[in-house]
Write a protein that binds this ligand. Structure first.
Ligand SMILES: *[C@@H]1O[C@H](CO)[C@@H](O)[C@H](O)[C@H]1NC(C)=O
Ligand SMILES: *[C@@H]1O[C@H](CO)[C@@H](O)[C@H](O)[C@H]1NC(C)=O
Ligand SMILES: *[C@@H]1O[C@H](CO)[C@@H](O)[C@H](O)[C@H]1NC(C)=O
Ligand SMILES: *[C@@H]1O[C@H](CO)[C@@H](O)[C@H](O)[C@H]1NC(C)=O
Ligand SMILES: *[C@@H]1O[C@H](CO)[C@@H](O)[C@H](O)[C@H]1NC(C)=O
Ligand SMILES: *[C@@H]1O[C@H](CO)[C@@H](O)[C@H](O)[C@H]1NC(C)=O
Ligand SMILES: *[C@@H]1O[C@H](CO)[C@@H](O)[C@H](O)[C@H]1NC(C)=O
Length: 395
């Protein structure tokens, strides 16, 4: 995923007719990924108690693409709409310095903030991206130009001064359709607003209640767990030793409609990315093994390498339940299940009778996102470097 040594975001998307990545941002900002230093864990958790909720809106276009909400930046505070993206670890959003190229996004005015400090350092981020039902692009169609800076950032009403951030000062045209100007990285590192929150007594964890559009009321809880949002008990799982700065768990098996194969029973490290609706596997063999277990009529869609499809009039009758097995903190297996109803991502734009299937191939990347997280309440525990899941009771 990491294409060059410095700052590369990988942003992958696949969704029904989505124009932009909101469809799927997986972004990997290697510069900022930092694990919790050993020995800090205990001290991070000693002041428990408070938490704060942030309402999330569903960016929906034929399917649930991404969930976003507002943070406040600057003095006086300006609202900034962001995707809370567990696949990245930095904060970036459009600013008034980006004129026409950012015409469709809300813009932060750095001049209107008395606490904003620019470092006069600039960065360019090319994205490796896939869009909509559509393309996996590997060219320079998606590029952000960023100015590095610092300002006060308030998340859920909890304010942290002097947070490192990037303002977007130019972007390629492919971003036109993005309804949001921002991305708040929620990777498993104590960066950004977390040190400030912890100083104020909040636990270094957050929880996501991501719901389908028809249900609404999606919510991010900072510093706590809302036990009214799930059924049964949370199952806790340790981060993979191979997680490499991402939220990732070890998986010993994938089941398709209750069956596995030798290819599907290999160990994998699977990243959890709230910014991506669909599923990616990093080996063509894995993807082929899954699809051959579902229907021989599912075929690679050549114009968009890595994507697969089948005639739309055949797709909805296919049973295509995917169980991903993980290992809990007691060493016991548990499944996270993607029901058949998530399998159809919607028609390819250039071929409306052909529907994209949820699982894509992208070399070296094993990743799940909204299609799993929509069915579970999820807890992302930075302090203990573990995740937890319980069914959210929604279809
Ligand atoms: C939804 O998808 C359609 C088809 O791809 C596209 O034309 C439209 O602009 C999208 N709408 C939004 C709000 O993204
Ligand atoms: C940004 O804020 C400054 C200071 O308040 C103001 O003069 C300027 O007009 C604002 N720019 C935009 C584009 O709103
Ligand atoms: C903000 O953080 C930077 C980087 O750590 C530091 O150099 C600077 O002094 C800080 N500014 C304030 C006002 O604390
Ligand atoms: C913004 O980027 C585009 C390329 O997408 C470039 O053509 C344009 O000159 C840039 N604008 C500014 C103000 O730098
Ligand atoms: C996971 O799902 C598979 C297929 O449905 C099933 O055989 C297996 O027993 C499940 N594992 C657990 C721990 O529930
Ligand atoms: C998967 O990893 C587990 C735990 O490390 C190990 O016991 C098992 O043999 C591995 N399985 C395969 C197929 O490599
Ligand atoms: C994946 O494998 C299939 C069948 O073996 C092949 O047709 C296809 O071109 C391969 N795709 C990629 C991206 O390697």
């Amino acid at each position: 995923m990491l294409v060059s040594a410095i700052l590369i975001l990988v942003l992958v998307a696949a969704s029904a007719g989505a124009v932009l990545q909101p469809a799927g941002e997986l972004q990997h900002v290697s510069l900022t990924a930092r694990k919790v230093p050993k020995g800090h864990m205990a001290s991070l958790r000693k002041r428990a108690g408070t938490s704060a909720n942030i309402a999330l809106d569903d960016y929906y276009n034929g399917t649930d693409l991404q969930w976003y909400g507002n943070i406040q930046v600057g003095t006086p505070p300006q609202d900034v709409s962001v995707i809370f993206d567990t696949g990245s670890s930095s904060l970036e959003f459009t600013s008034t310095e980006c004129g026409e190229p950012c015409a469709n996004q809300p813009k932060f005015n750095t001049s209107a903030s008395s606490t904003y400090v620019s470092s006069d350092t600039f960065t360019t981020i090319p994205f490796v991206t896939g869009i909509g039902v559509d393309t996996l692009q590997y060219d320079d169609e998606y590029v952000l130009w960023l100015r590095e800076g610092r300002d006060t950032v308030s998340v859920g009403g909890i304010s942290t001064p002097n947070v490192s951030l990037y303002t977007i000062i130019n972007q390629t045209q492919a971003f036109d359709a993005d309804p949001n100007g921002g991305i708040q990285g929620m990777g498993p590192a104590l960066t950004g607003f977390w040190p400030g929150l912890m100083d104020q007594g909040y636990d270094a964890l957050f929880s996501l209640y991501l719901t389908p559009k028809s249900v609404g009321n999606a919510e991010l809880t900072i510093g706590g767990i809302d036990s009214s949002k799930y059924t049964g008990n949370l199952i806790h799982a340790p981060m993979s030793a191979e997680s490499d700065g991402y939220w990732a768990l070890d998986s010993p098996a994938i089941y398709v409609n209750g069956q596995t194969t030798s290819t599907l029973s290999q160990n994998r490290t699977i990243i959890f990315d709230s910014g991506t609706p669909n599923v990616y596997f990093g080996s063509n063999n894995t993807v082929e093994a899954i699809y051959s277990s579902i229907s021989p009529d599912i075929q690679p869609y050549a114009p968009e390498p890595g994507t697969y499809g089948i005639a739309c009039d055949k797709i909805d009758e296919l049973p295509a339940q995917i169980d991903l097995t993980f290992t809990d903190t007691n060493g016991e297996p548990f499944n996270l299940t993607i029901p058949s109803s998530d399998f159809n991502v919607g028609p390819f734009e250039a071929e409306p009778t052909l529907c994209q299937t949820m699982i894509n191939y992208l070399d070296g990347l094993d990743l799940v996102g909204g299609s799993v997280l929509k069915h579970y309440y999820s807890v992302w525990d930075i302090a203990n470097q573990q995740m937890a899941f319980a069914p959210n009771g929604l279809a």
